[in-house]
Ligand binder design. Structure first.
Ligand code: PRP
Length: 182
């Protein structure tokens, strides 16, 4: 039990459910990529936990790269204008890329990222997202693998932060409003 647990009002997705879902997603990816080696592109920082658990759950070879992007605009709504904070370390042309995201909210970050990555001429690009807020999606993005569709509420844990905290919680939960002055 961490002191951060006390700030959580309700656990929305327990650690065990996350583990089981990742095993399912990994099994599907292993099957779909039986004849290709995927290059996992993790989008920092939120996807750090998901990336490391997904990569360990895959039974077939894969490689890893990371990108960090930041959307302009307020901290709670993304504008769709994205800045690269950390780019890939290598050329991805001819590679079978799987973008690994923790959450799709408006879809704006991913939509921009997919355009950016496709311009680098990979052989294919797919997306795996642990969470998707279906009500919040403003732009349709083709997401091949989705862990959980969740309602439009503010959640933290398992990579997701509030003011950079709570990323290390092993589950996904709703913050007590008092924590953010609500
Ligand atoms: C989060 C998340 C996605 C993006 C989704 O990242 O990891 O990249 O927002 O939002 P969208 O669908 O509305 O564009 P954030 O910018 O909070 O950075 P972080 O991963 O470092 O927390």
């Amino acid at each position: 039990m961490s002191v951060l647990d006390e700030d959580i009002e309700e656990i929305r997705i327990p650690a065990e459910e996350i583990r089981a879902k990742i095993a399912e997603l990994a099994a599907q990816i292993d099957l779909d990529y039986a004849d290709r080696e995927p290059l996992l592109v993790g989008v920092l920082k939120g996807a750090a936990m998901f990336m490391s658990d997904l990569a360990r759950a895959l039974q077939r070879p894969s490689t890893m790269e990371f990108m960090a992007v930041s959307s302009y605009g307020s901290s709670t709504t993304s504008s769709g204008v994205v800045r690269i904070l950390k780019d890939l370390d290598r050329d991805i042309s001819g590679q079978h890329v799987i973008v690994v995201e923790d959450i799709i909210d408006s879809g704006l970050t991913l939509s921009w990222l997919l355009r950016n990555l496709r311009a680098r001429q990979p052989a294919s690009v797919e997306v795996v997202a642990l969470l998707r807020k279906t009500e919040a999606v403003k732009v349709e993005v083709p997401v091949r693998y989705v862990g959980f569709d969740i309602p439009n509420e503010f959640v933290v844990g398992y990579g997701l932060d509030y003011a950079e905290r709570y990323r290390g919680l092993p589950y996904i939960g709703r913050l007590r409003p008092a924590v953010y002055g609500g």
